[in-house]
Design a binder for this molecule. Sequence first.
Ligand SMILES: Nc1ncnc2c1ncn2[C@@H]1O[C@H](COP(=O)(O)OP(=O)(O)OP(=O)(O)O)[C@@H](O)[C@H]1O
Length: 245
Amino acid sequence: MTTTTTITTPATTDDQPPPSTAPLLELVGVGKTYPAPGRARGRAVLKEVSHGFEAGRMSAIVGPSGSGKTTLLSLAGGLDEPTTGTVRFRGQDLAALGLAPYRRRHAATVFQSANLLTYLNPVQNVTSAMEITGSRRRRRRQHAHDLLDQLGIAPEDRGRSVLQLSGGQQQRVAIARALACDVDVLLADEPTGNLDEATASDIIAILRGLAHDGGKCVVVVTHSREVADASDEVLRLRRGRLART
Ligand SMILES: Nc1ncnc2c1ncn2[C@@H]1O[C@H](COP(=O)(O)OP(=O)(O)OP(=O)(O)O)[C@@H](O)[C@H]1O
């Protein structure tokens, strides 16, 4: 597998996103209702949410706890299906594309707790996410080393247990794993939630670099002001509706 993901991690960035283009990922009239005890119609968490997310930009989704941010991200990442409306990737409905193929080839999600496989080292965590087909073991390992290198994981840390890595290092490995298949859409749910300020800034710079320099469509759910400030657009979710701030 050969990829050309570019990651730069400047301490401060005054770079600009590319000019606006057609959305890569689109939510069209999306609603999500969960079953709820005592409510025959369930609980509507998202109502008629429509928005386009572009390649090369970083978008932040903010909103009160319980407003549906993670729900929205899981629909955008093909982890769940909307009750109404459609989620489209390059204009194609995910229901037609298939959620599993979408997740395998086009979209990956990074969570607050890095969710690494603790019995594997960083290299193995990254290679485990690579498609087996068309890529020999040695090439997968080399690609994993390249990604970990770009994300600042030193060679001596790549063979250690991930449990011996710091929270920031684990989050870097999680991002490398998310990029293993060179996805176009990178979704992150509170990626800096467990990190100190300096480490959080590094992760924000990485995500921004992936959007601006790597051309990824990056969508981040966050309670962090710093993440929101670093984003190209901030969208607020409230009472099931999404609005630009
Ligand atoms: N699988 C589910 N079944 C039923 N209800 C759910 C499910 N997942 C989420 N919910 C409910 O949907 C609402 C929105 O949850 P969600 O996790 O999307 O909010 P959030 O904005 O991400 O919250 P937080 O900021 O606290 O993480 C909550 O009331 C939650 O209890």
